[in-house]
Design a protein around this ligand. Structure first.
Ligand code: ARG
Length: 506
């Protein structure tokens, strides 16, 4: 069958509600699922509705999530120096920008949705593309969800446990509750999920604005002493430490490739895609720089490294009676990001399984609500397991390690296609040194931590990626299915009240 993720476009677009096909609030779920590939034979044409402004909003809205509220402490801890942390924050912004520019070439050259999946298909063929869909459905998306919900829980719990560290079990419990709530929203209705997204996106901008204004106020009062201690010398950074510090920083920038999931919907993509990237990513980088400076205008380096929730510490110092605003804004922001991430995750899973790349049941939709409930439930279960067995830092390492294998893979795909498809139209052509730089950096990011400090997580991740081949060969390539699978599918269909989409629209 066709191996294109038709489903992704309309959906990923709505991740942050900035320009979503669903964001206008009158989306008809039926249309949506048809648009998601219910008719496999005719190509689906989506309206080009993402202009420059929405493009920028989509990038900024996806990138700003939990990271800037949790990563600064970890980064400082890993580098042991304000100067080096700051350099890494900026370098992460630059790396994301370069990576995104290379993705702009890929995205304008192959406009089918599914981003990496489609590029791997073009450059390397079926198996690597399958491995990508396997890993992104089973690892990348659920771990994003787990990390964001754990950050949510940290901030939701912090105000109630003043001055001592919140009990781990409580944080995990709240994280699991938030996953269940987000799951309920997304299973209940597509419209509700999109509304939550739109409202909550505003909250993160408010949180950033409060921090930046507060910091500026403190700096104007002359509170610059913590910024004057860049202490490069005290740095504890080894090469591997720096790579994992990058993981922490890059998590905050993750989402820089999000526009590639909606290339089909961008107006005049060869101009607007690169332009949105060139405006959006430096904008986020600037926000992060200002936020980092603001944190240090209010607390000392060691306070920042020790803080469980920097933004709460910030609020307590600066906002007096309004201190509750900060944890509230951050919980809303992270809840919104988690919602958007599950929204896309459910659709990815849905699209991959309808191409025969995952279990059929995962592509079914609820009979009345038209939400892809099985896919959403499946993702949430994996995310819950990750919350229970992981910590924010270990999950970020695990996520970034895996993600950068594939980001590097996309760079390789670009370089390979310059040779194998030299004459393919490239409306936007990135200077070729850019993908080479990103490829080298991603190789470093993947290899350095393993050499420096081997951890089980890396082995799991590597084994998991290759394990995908064990599934690909029998079930996708040779078309076998498990004997009892039919019965399970029917059972789950009855319990969940879900049907294949073609049945719904016949
Ligand atoms: N950068 C975001 C954060 O700091 C995470 C984005 C997750 N990625 C995604 N494609 N939704 O929380």
């Amino acid at each position: 069958g066709g191996l294109v993720w038709r489903g992704c476009t309309a959906d990923c677009d709505a991740e942050d509600g900035a320009a979503g096909a669903l964001a206008d609030g009158n989306a008809n779920p039926g249309d949506k699922l048809e648009g998601s590939g219910a008719a496999p034979d005719d190509p689906v044409h989506l309206k080009r509705r993402v202009g420059l402004f929405s493009g920028v909003a989509l990038i900024v809205g996806t990138m700003i999530g939990s990271g800037i509220f949790v990563s600064p402490s970890g980064l400082l801890e890993r580098t042991g120096s304000v100067g080096i942390s700051f350099i890494i924050w900026m370098a992460c912004g630059l790396l994301s920008l370069l990576g995104a520019l290379a993705y702009a070439e890929l995205g304008t050259m192959n406009t089918s949705s599914g981003a990496e999946y489609a590029y791997f298909m073009d450059a390397f063929g079926g198996p690597p593309a399958f491995l990508f869909s396997w890993v992104s459905t089973l690892v990348l998306k659920p771990s994003q969800m787990a990390i964001i919900c754990l950050s949510f829980a940290k901030y939701a719990v912090e105000p109630f446990v003043s001055e001592c560290e919140p009990p781990d079990a409580l944080v995990k419990l709240v994280a699991v509750i938030s996953i269940v709530m987000i799951l309920a929203v997304n299973c209940y209705s597509v419209n509700l999920a999109t509304k939550v997204q739109n409202i909550f996106t505003a909250a993160k901008l408010v949180a950033i604005a409060i921090i930046v204004c507060g910091g500026a106020y403190k700096l104007i009062l002359g509170n610059t002493r913590h910024l004057q201690e860049p202490n490069f010398a005290s740095s504890t950074a080894t090469l591997g430490n720096i790579a994992t510090a990058f993981y922490t920083g890059l998590w905050a920038y993750d989402g820089w490739n999000n526009l590639n999931y909606v290339t089909e919907e961008i107006k005049n993509p060869s101009k607007n895609l690169p332009l949105s990237i060139i405006i959006g990513i430096p904008l986020v980088t600037l926000c992060y720089a200002l936020v980092n400076v603001s944190y240090l205008a209010v607390m000392s380096v060691s306070e920042m490294a020790d803080s469980e929730a920097v933004a709460v510490t910030f609020g307590n110092r600066l906002l007096g009676p309004l201190a509750w605003l900060m944890p509230l804004a951050v919980t809303i922001s992270t809840f919104g990001s988690a919602n958007g991430t599950l929204f896309v995750a459910g659709r990815l899973c849905f699209a991959a399984s309808r191409e025969g790349h995952l279990l059929d049941i995962l592509s079914y939709v609820h009979v009345r609500r038209f939400t892809p409930a099985p896919g959403l439930i499946f993702h949430s279960l994996i995310a819950v397991a990750m919350v229970l067995y992981g910590t924010i830092d270990s999950l970020i390492d695990f996520f970034s390690f895996t993600a950068w294998i594939f980001y590097g893979g996309a760079m390789l795909a670009l370089i390979v296609m310059r040779y194998t498809k030299p004459h393919a139209p490239r409306p936007y052509k990135v200077p070729i040194f850019i993908p080479y730089i990103v490829l080298i950096v991603s190789a470093y990011l993947v290899v350095a931590p393993i050499i420096d400090k081997p951890q089980w997580e890396y082995l799991y991740a590597g084994g998991f990626i290759l394990g995908g081949l064990l599934v690909y060969l029998p079930f996708v390539k040779w078309g076998y299915s498990l004997p009892f699978m039919d019965k399970i599918t029917v059972f789950l269909q009855m319990v969940l009240e879900v049907v294949p989409t073609s049945t719904t629209f016949e």
